[in-house]
Design a protein around this ligand. Structure first.
Ligand SMILES: *Cc1c(COP(=O)(O)O)cnc(C)c1O
Length: 273
């Protein structure tokens, strides 16, 4: 049996896990007296638009350091982020990668890591499972993994005997095991594992096979998924059920982490939702 926790329905902008990951970062910034939060991301980043919105809602200024040259036409992500008052700063890929150098050029700014990675993010993500009725009845909790922050939060809040599995959205990103592991509490009760090989060619890659799977999923169950994270996670779950890695009689909870705004990078009409 497979149930889906629809975090995509929480909010259409800060949809999904980003709200949980930002919550304690924003609180820390406020407690420490900062009036500006800055972070990093790409032109279609769910994290950028969520940070812009959450800061706006909390009365905090926001700065988004964006990977790549300023485009002549802004993506819908960037348009929304600027509408929420985020000040955007575009850097070449090379300059973008030197985070410590970038941080030096700003003073009095509270920095949130790219993708919201970190202990405070995991602390917020640990609250996701409080939304699940009958949590103790699940054998498996499965989510997408980018930075691994949400995954670590789920591991930290899952119950003894439960399996928490993460599906990596990045290709062959084997260092994620340690990065996510660094956010897992020593006394975490659940078993956990990160799965590779379901990236469909790499981060945000979306070959026709994936798009077809997303179409079929929509037609079958009216479940919208995104090309970067949730479609690949659902695909992985179905594959694991089919090959009996998840055995008959298991009860699986997929955490649908939102991210549907990322589909705006596709041409109109490619998806039926
Ligand atoms: C950001 C994001 C993730 C990845 O979360 P991490 O905590 O970075 O692993 C997964 N799903 C969606 C929809 C996201 O937007």
């Amino acid at each position: 049996m497979l149930n889906v926790l629809r975090l995509d329905k929480l909010h259409n902008i800060v949809s999904g896990n980003k709200w949980f990951k930002l919550k304690y970062n924003i609180a820390a910034a406020q407690q420490q007296g900062y009036s500006t939060i800055a972070t990093f991301g790409g032109a279609y980043s769910n994290h950028i638009v969520a940070t812009a919105f959450a800061c706006h809602a909390s009365g905090i200024n926001s700065i988004g350091i964006i990977r790549g040259e300023e485009p002549t036409l802004y993506s819908s992500t960037l348009i929304k982020a600027s509408e929420y008052g985020m000040q955007l700063k575009f850097l070449t890929r090379q300059a973008f990668n030197d985070k410590e150098e970038i941080k030096k050029t700003y003073t009095n700014v509270y920095w949130v890591n790219e993708g919201g990675y970190g202990q405070l993010g995991a602390k917020g993500a640990a609250e996701i499972l409080t939304l699940v009725p009958g949590l103790e009845t699940y054998t498996h909790i499965i989510c997408a993994v980018g930075t691994g922050t949400m995954f670590a939060g789920l591991v930290n809040s899952a119950l003894p005997g439960q399996q928490v599995w993460g599906v990596s959205a990045l290709k062959n990103n084997f260092s994620i095991k340690d990065e996510a592991g660094a956010l897992v509490n020593k006394d975490a009760a659940a078993a956990y594992e990160i799965l590779h090989g379901y990236d469909f060619g790499g981060y945000a890659k979306h070959p026709p096979e994936l798009i077809n799977f997303m179409r079929e999923t929509w037609l079958e169950s009216r479940l919208p998924t995104d090309i970067v994270y949730t479609a690949k996670t659902l695909y992985a779950i179905k594959h694991l059920i089919k090959n009996n890695t998840i055995s008959v009689g298991s009860k699986v909870l997929m955490v649908h982490s939102g991210g549907l705004q990322g589909n705006a990078s596709l041409q109109k009409g490619v998806l039926p939702f």
